[in-house]
Design a protein around this ligand. Structure first.
Ligand code: SF4
Length: 170
């Protein structure tokens, strides 16, 4: 071994850190979530507002709303889900690859809201699994961010050894 190969102790202190695979994997996923680009009604206007310079969703690594669900890992259901639209919402969800998360934004997405109608689904969780509910009519961008942070917490709590999208063959 050459003398230069020896790593001085102070370099170890400054340049090396130890962590777990879960930590680094989840840290990367948390700050590179890509929402699917679609909105259903007035709540979508607040979701769009969250992407503007004033609210700056890019702070969370989420500036790209993906036009293809195959490139997205977060579905924000922002608006009223009619029975006519429900199959398309389900299809978007089914086309998203794992790992993926669903956030129901607003009263309509959560429970049908003010529309107790034959034409409106009484909650998007009738057709897709919802991870986080953000109440309001409409929720403000700050509330949406709170919901997104809850999804981040879910991501950080997951272990690569137990998540549902690995080891499906077992
Ligand atoms: S919850 Fe309110 S703001 Fe959101 S889609 Fe329904 S009616 Fe519109």
């Amino acid at each position: 071994m050459f003398e230069d190969d020896a790593v001085p102790v102070e370099k170890i202190d400054r340049n090396i850190f130890l962590t777990t695979v879960d930590w680094i994997y989840n840290w990367g996923r948390q700050y590179s979530m890509w929402p699917a680009m679609f909105g259903l009604a007035c709540c979508a206007i607040e979701m769009i507002g969250a992407s503007t310079a004033r609210y700056d969703i890019a702070r969370f690594g989420m500036e790209f709303y993906r036009a293809s669900p195959r490139h997205a890992d977060l579905m924000i259901v922002a608006g009223t889900v009619t029975h006519k639209m429900a199959p398309q919402v389900k299809r978007i969800w089914d086309q998203m690859p794992e790992p993926k998360y669903c956030l129901a934004m607003g009263s309509c997405a959560i429970s049908g809201g003010i529309f107790k109608s034959y034409a409106v689904l009484q909650g998007v969780d009738e057709i897709v699994p919802v991870d986080v509910y953000v109440p309001g009519c409409p929720p403000r961008p700050e509330a949406l961010f709170d919901g997104i942070r809850k999804i981040h917490q879910m991501v950080r709590a997951q272990s690569i050894k137990t998540v549902r999208w690995y080891g499906k063959e077992k």
